[in-house]
Design a protein around this ligand. Structure first.
Ligand code: PLP
Ligand code: COI
Length: 353
């Protein structure tokens, strides 16, 4: 039963809710999702999820809108990405409709934990897919369990939108260029702990570089990177006319997670008239950017205040306040998620409770 929760004090930590939703796949056949109050799972000691890390996950949010309606944001994209990750590890992907049904059930069963609109907090879903087949030889198992955990999480920026410092990492890699980076595999996060904890110990978050050359920006911890460049100085000037154009830059890499938030922001940026470029970005190019941020479901847009490159002993400064372009993008995205702006792309599913 729901205890009193101080919605304004929630952060990105697990708060227990009443139900988890589960669905099993045995011999290639998926069973219907069901809700249970049991927060533990029984796993055979020889399960390949336990033995060999055959496990993938997702992250998505439900929002209570300004109009009181409940919205799930781009859930089908998460279903597709989970299928892509599962295929990467030779697991049996949950069908898209079954994935969505499991999320809706987890939402309805835990609706008391969906934070009120004014708080800016949300109900976060963590769908996990774990392989349950028994095997001791190094071989993939096909049986698996889908588990949807729901937990209320706080606004990433309670009160106001603020900046975070990052440090460039060249000595520990998150994922190999032709490895598991584009899949949301639990192992990618375990392998990033050493780098992220070392960054935190120095007062930073971690900016990973590409594992092959360590020259290009890959990702920001568990989020994609965005840089904003003012192109005005490069535009031909016409007398009496002030021209401004911004470029939204984001890394192209075979080792990063294709972020649904980044994809949404690129669409919004194009609609705002920005030039959107996805390419390899050298660390030194940070000097040409006026704004920078990490983006993802959990952090939405997390503006970067400064980036320290310890190998070059160089600091890139973006200022203590979020810049105007990222602020505009942040509000445009949040307005759609909270139902304050028209959802012209059909990104939100309104769920009848
Ligand atoms: N990159 C990594 C490594 C992540 O874990 C996440 C979070 O899911 C993202 C990027 C952002 O992806 P999304 O916007 O789909 O949440
Ligand atoms: C998310 O943004 O949803 C993530 O999954 C990132 C992280 C918390 C693992």
């Amino acid at each position: 039963m729901k205890q009193n929760i101080d919605w304004n004090k929630l952060s990105f930590h697990y708060t227990e809710t009443d139900y988890v939703v589960r669905a099993s796949c045995k011999d290639g056949v998926w069973q219907q999702p069901y809700a249970t109050t049991d927060k533990t799972i029984t796993l055979h000691v020889a399960a390949t999820g336990l033995q060999y890390g055959q496990q993938v996950f997702e992250g998505l949010k439900a929002f209570r809108g300004a109009d009181g309606r409940v919205r799930l944001f781009r859930m089908r994209e998460n279903a597709r990405r989970m299928a892509h990750s599962a295929e990467g590890l030779l697991m049996t992907p949950p069908p898209e409709d079954l994935f969505c049904e499991a999320i809706r059930l987890a939402l309805r069963k835990n609706i008391d934990y969906l934070p009120p609109y004014e708080t800016g907090a949300t109900l976060y879903f963590r769908p996990i897919l774990v392989a349950t087949s028994h095997e001791i030889s190094v071989a993939p198992g096909k049986d698996c369990e889908l588990i949807v955990v729901a937990t209320p999480i706080g606004a990433y920026f309670p009160g106001k939108f603020h900046c975070t410092p990052f440090i460039v990492e060249r000595h520990i890699d998150r994922a190999a260029p032709q490895g598991t980076g584009t899949w949301k595999v639990g192992g990618n996060y375990g392998s990033s702990f050493r780098a992220t904890e070392a960054a935190h110990a120095q007062g930073y978050d971690c900016m990973f570089t590409d594992a092959k050359t360590h020259r290009y920006i890959d990702e920001c911890s568990a989020a994609n990177f965005i840089g904003i460049r003012d192109l005005s100085p490069t535009l031909p000037s016409r007398e009496g006319e002030s021209r401004s154009q911004y470029e939204y830059l984001t890394p192209r890499s075979t080792a990063i997670l294709p972020s649904i938030t980044n994809d949404s922001l690129m669409t919004l940026a194009r609609e705002m008239g920005m030039k959107v470029t996805r390419r390899h970005i050298r660390v030194e190019e940070l000097a040409d950017m006026q704004e920078a941020a990490a983006c993802g479901t959990a952090c939405v847009i997390s503006p970067i205040g400064r980036v320290y490159d310890p190998d070059k002993d160089r600091m890139y400064q973006f200022g203590d306040k979020p810049g105007p372009i990222l602020t505009k993008l942040y509000h445009a995205l949040k307005d759609i998620q909270y139902g304050r702006a028209e959802d012209t792309h059909g990104w939100c599913e309104v769920v009848e409770i």
